[in-house]
Design a protein around this ligand. Structure first.
Ligand code: DOR
Ligand code: ZN
Length: 449
């Protein structure tokens, strides 16, 4: 049966649409009619109608940085539970980091994920590791991985410390036109650290992570990249592309700003937790484990730099770094907590509450950051809202006020610092792969993911 999305505020930056309109999707999931304007579509007899007046319909959101823990740590998250969390958060696709057990460093691992992906409500893109076992030494077989559909490589969770390995990774990635995603961390500065180094770490007596550790590694990588370009040491047909994950400090963002200005092929993402929280929030928190991640929550100055980067275009994407961990790994002394927090189900709400409502960015730019740009960075085909295209939408209620609660999370884990936080703006559901998936029971007339 076809569905009509009636009188939505359609925002699709790739199509130049920011207007009221209605969309009919055929029973095979294709956009049959796109009608821009105030007049609703006349529904067919018994056709399903989703009333979207006052609601937003956007191209499906894409989170380019998630950890779903399968294979190996299914007690934290599985491909199934992670996908349900993604759909509930309004995402129709995610890219998965390879630090599973074993690490996804070969076509076998890629095939494993691909095999399970077909029946899930969201698309799964595999990011393979840059080095074998993410040990930072021997590079993985980029060419074979590319042949299996991998678009990007990363040793996320750690960074390649040896400059020689990083140089080779740049050259090798350019040979195969693959994106390098770096988790920027100079481990010689961070080893043993728990939270941002500063007044709050001193008060808590916790070993600090100096914020320069991020920019230090980023500066090394950008120097290498500049040098390779200057001396034309990369593939002559293909310039290397570099993406900095979860960038959290003013110094790093300044380096990225300069690299972009100089024409290097550099992009970066920032996370909702880094644009919302600081290390003082960790100090004040009761459940400190849920405020511990890498890179750590840091100073107001760095948080404000993230906001500035979102506003001025230095930040290309919002990504969650959705990193599920079980209760016993978080509800423990902070120095023993695993790094990382979940984020898929709060990303859109935080973006709307902290950025759009506070005037940092427009809703149009929010959709670029959450959908258009992450797909472009990974060279995924853009989602078009046009007749004849496969429907791939996120439905958003910009007025819904809701409180984050552990009971509603679809993720297997509940390690988020945002439990109890009131947000304005909420995903209603997604339409993807020919089916409607509701974010929560009762929001729209459709099953949950
Ligand atoms: O906090 C983090 N957790 N940062 C990372 O880069 C990795 C992630 C994880 O895998 O738990
Ligand atoms: Zn990560």
């Amino acid at each position: 049966m076809s569905i009509v999305f009636q009188e939505a505020h359609i925002i699709s930056p790739s199509d130049g649409i920011d207007a009221r309109g209605s969309i009919r999707v055929s029973d095979s999931g294709v956009i049959e009619t796109l009608s821009i304007g105030e007049t609703p579509l006349e529904p067919y007899a018994e056709e399903k109608v989703i009333a979207m007046r006052g609601k937003i319909l956007s191209p499906g959101l894409f989170d380019m940085h998630c950890h779903f823990r399968e294979p190996g740590q299914e007690y934290k998250e599985t491909l199934l539970s992670g996908s349900a969390a993604a759909a509930a958060g309004g995402f129709t696709g995610v890219a998965l980091m390879p630090n599973t057990t074993p690490v996804i460093d070969s076509p076998l691992g890629v095939t494993f994920i691909g095999y399970h992906a077909g029946n899930l409500p969201v698309d799964l893109e595999v990011i393979a590791s840059m080095t074998e076992g993410s040990r930072g030494e021997k590079l993985t077989a980029f060419g074979s991985l590319k042949a299996y559909g991998v678009r990007a490589v990363s040793d996320d969770g750690t960074a390649i410390q040896a400059s020689q390995s990083m140089r080779l990774a740049f050259e090798y990635a350019s040979n195969f036109d693959m994106l390098i995603i770096q988790h920027c961390e100079d481990r010689s500065l961070t080893t043993g650290g728990v939270m941002n180094e500063g007044m709050w770490s001193s008060k808590l007596g916790l070993k600090g992570i100096p914020d320069i550790s991020e920019a230090m590694m980023l500066a090394r990588d950008l120097m290498l990249l500049r040098w390779l370009e200057e001396h034309k040491l990369h593939d002559p047909l293909c310039r290397p592309r570099y993406h900095a994950a979860h960038v959290s400090t003013a110094a790093s963002l300044q380096l990225i700003r300069e690299a972009k200005r100089d024409g290097l092929q550099v992009t970066c993402e920032v996370t909702p937790h880094h644009f919302t929280l600081t290390d003082q929030d960790l100090y004040l928190a009761e459940k400190k484990g849920n405020f511990i991640m890498k890179p750590p929550l840091t100073s107001p100055k760095n948080r404000d730099a993230v906001l500035e980067a979102l506003a001025d275009g230095t930040a290309d994407a919002i990504a969650t770094d959705h990193a599920p961990h079980a209760l016993h790994e978080k509800e423990c002394p902070p120095g023993e907590a695993s790094f990382g927090i979940i984020g898929l189900e709060t990303s859109l709400g935080l973006t709307m509450t902290e950025l759009v409502m506070k005037g940092v960015i427009t809703m149009h730019r929010a959709i670029e950051l959450l959908s258009v740009n992450p797909r472009r960075i990974l060279r995924l085909p853009p989602i078009r809202i046009r007749e004849g295209e496969k429907a791939n939408f996120t439905l958003i209620d910009p007025e819904a006020v809701w409180t984050v609660s552990a009971d509603h999370l679809r993720s297997k884990s509940a390690n988020t610092p945002f439990i109890g936080r009131q947000l304005k703006g909420r995903p209603m559901g997604i339409f993807h792969k020919g089916r409607l998936t509701a974010s929560a029971r009762g929001i729209i007339d459709a099953p949950e993911g």
